[in-house]
Ligand binder design. Sequence first.
Ligand SMILES: *Cc1c(COP(=O)(O)O)cnc(C)c1O
Length: 295
Amino acid sequence: MNQQIHLGTDSVSLYMKREDLLHPIISGNKMRKLKYNLEQARLENKRTLVTFGGAYSNHISAVAAAGKEFGFRTIGVIRGDELAAMVSLNPTLEFASKSGMHLEFINRGAYAAKDLSQLQILKNIGLDDCYVLPEGGSNRLAVRGCEEVLVPADNRFDYICCAVGTGATMAGIINSSAQHQRVLGFPALKGEGFEKGIYLYTDKTNWQLISDYNFGGYAKISPVLVDFMNDFKQNTGIVLDPVYTSKMVFGVMDMIKKGYFARGSRILMIHTGGLQGIEGMNEKLKNKHLPLIDY
Ligand SMILES: *Cc1c(COP(=O)(O)O)cnc(C)c1O
């Protein structure tokens, strides 16, 4: 569903694709990324999904919920062994655990190595029964799922805008975009080299990254962004997530203001979901005595 965003100016027309409404829990692009992977896991007769993530990961939350809904055992390998004692204080991990996910906390060094052979739980289950999903859920089958975000009717847009983590979601969107469309990706992380994650899965060239709106990096707290999210919700009824989509929407609004888009441009923003992360972010905001995200 594409929802029009009214701007109070008719210089461009702006819409939001509500991928956040795809599923009540397995949100937005994480659902798209899992679809063909779950099919593959079933095809291979695997009964256990194993994956990796940080303490606030939308992907961990999505895999836990998908396992519960579609009948897989799930194992989440979590970065940071200090978190083991804090599950009840972390809404994402608590949700995953309550959904039946076995959480295995490992130190950051071991996490970087992604060496599953060390995990005690796998000595019991056996690696043969496991379908391993990479961190963030990004692989070729995930990209295939994200190729279904755009539908033929979306051809009328001139610009498609989405948030970028690994870039797999953007690659899927690029693959199904029309040649006359330009896909703009907004990295939510600080740094460079995000193009690599996209080149990996697409040969097309009608895209570019806009790196001016990462707000200091992944999951960094920014009162300016929180203010923006709360205003946006007030004006449109749409809740944005604090890690990805909010930065992209902030960027698009800023670029509209600065005249980046030609008069009459039709712009489609993709809401990739991730609302489960708000609770965890609000905990952090509360601890710093900052205004909370309204949702
Ligand atoms: C994971 C995530 C992204 C980034 O997706 P990639 O495919 O890794 O680029 C964007 N938005 C939300 C809400 C996410 O949870």
